[in-house]
Design a protein around this ligand. Structure first.
Ligand code: PLP
Length: 397
């Protein structure tokens, strides 16, 4: 028999698994060409050529013992130094290799830092809508997730409620910008206001509250939008980055944490995060791809491909009567459900072979997420279905 805790996790992840299985069933019935699966955030754009060249270079030119061997749990020293230099160059910071821990993607990084920080019963605040896995990651370490309700006017975080919900037990706050599932980038003003609240609360409560910035979508922004670098606004910020989306490498499992020296309890956090990396069973981030990414720090995926998808989908859906905030980043669009029950609306979309994820999975019922990291032609084929779906709801009224 599996553990009671796992039973809970399995039960709660069944919605997304059910959608995946439904997609396979529909593809068998109607042919893969006629099923429009917008449910997964799996990059459709190829990794840039630099990745392949870097992998070959590392395999051909570097010592195999170094490339395939164990290393420090934080990752190769030269890799961490290069990552720190790259961040400093781009954002005017002053990090060194000792501030960087290489991780098994953003998910690995979040688990390392949450394991490092949380005591059972500690509270972790997230802003709805949020990446549903946060619930599991916080649950892994017996933390309590505290959800701030969404501000659906523009999907910037609801700071009034945030301020009220910070308590002595608040250990961390996770933010994710550009955001999954809305595609919204939190403005600089929002970040400054959030930092201001955290500073005041830390002082008043006499605690340390860590701001964890989950940034797998940092590079995926449109129309020249700037994503503020969070460590510059709030001292106790820890950044979790990943190349899963920025270089289209989600299967390679590579990212890093930035833990600035000015962070409260810096030395013990760094050494505990090292140990956490090891005892979570990661041991270290995958070696070959660590060595390869340092040759790709300036490489980019073809963001224009996602931008074309965004423009087509957004303008078409709005013209059919759907409501949504135009995404500024990532590759998701968050539409308002045409009926109150987002799960029922997702079922109605399925009748047109369209698979979209109910907002309830992101703590925001009444909305649905469309992942547009798909082939442009699939969007074109899906549009008549979206149009008919909207018409059906208009007729009902
Ligand atoms: N955080 C957010 C907001 C995500 O959307 C994802 C993946 O989709 C992750 C973390 C996990 O990223 P990774 O594949 O790098 O572990």
């Amino acid at each position: 028999m599996i553990s009671e805790k796992m039973m809970e996790f399995v039960k709660n992840s069944s919605a997304i698994r059910a959608m995946f299985e439904e997609g396979k069933r529909l593809a068998d019935q109607f042919g893969a060409e006629n099923v429009y699966d917008f449910s997964l955030g799996n990059p459709s754009v190829l990794p840039p050529d630099e990745v392949k060249e870097a992998l070959l270079k590392v395999i051909r030119e570097e010592d195999p013992n170094l490339v395939h061997g164990y290393m420090n749990n934080s990752g190769y020293e030269d890799v961490r130094a290069r990552v720190a230099d790259c961040i400093n160059h781009r954002f005017g910071t002053a990090f060194q290799k000792d501030n960087i821990i290489m991780t098994v993607g953003a998910a690995g990084g979040l688990n390392v830092i949450l394991k490092t920080l949380l005591n059972p019963g500690d509270e972790v605040i997230v802003f709805a809508p949020f990446f549903g896995e946060y619930r599991n990651y916080v649950g892994n370490y017996e933390g309590n997730l505290v959800v701030i309700s969404p501000d659906t006017t523009d999907f910037q975080p609801n700071l009034a409620e945030f301020e009220q919900k910070i308590t002595k037990k608040t250990k961390a706050v996770i933010i994710n910008t550009p955001n999954n599932p809305t595609g919204v980038v939190y403005s600089e003003q929002t970040i400054m206001d959030l930092a201001d609240i955290l500073n005041r609360k830390q002082e008043k409560l006499g605690t340390s509250i860590y701001l964890i910035s989950d940034e797998p979508y940092r590079e995926l922004v449109y129309d020249g939008v700037e994503v503020p670098y969070l460590t510059k606004y709030y001292r106790n910020t820890i950044v979790g980055y990943s190349w899963s989306k920025s270089l289209s490498l989600p299967g390679e499992r590579i990212g890093y944490l930035v833990i600035p020296k000015v962070t409260d309890a810096f030395e013990s956090i760094i050494s505990a995060a090292n140990v956490a990396t090891r005892i979570l069973g990661f041991v270290n981030a995958p070696s070959l791809i660590q060595r390869a990414v340092i040759h790709c720090l300036d490489a980019k995926v073809d963001i224009e491909a996602y931008n074309r998808n965004r423009e087509l989908l957004y303008s078409s859906l709005v013209s059919y009567g759907y409501e949504c905030v135009k995404p500024q980043g990532a590759f998701y669009l968050f539409i308002k459900s045409l009926e109150e029950d987002d799960k029922a609306f997702s079922q109605a979309a399925k009748k047109h072979n369209i698979l979209i994820v109910p907002g309830s999975s992101f703590g925001c019922p009444g909305y649905l997420r469309i992942a547009y990291c798909v082939d442009y032609k699939m969007i074109e084929r899906a549009l008549p279905g979206f149009k008919k779906l909207a018409e059906e709801y208009r007729k009902d009224r």
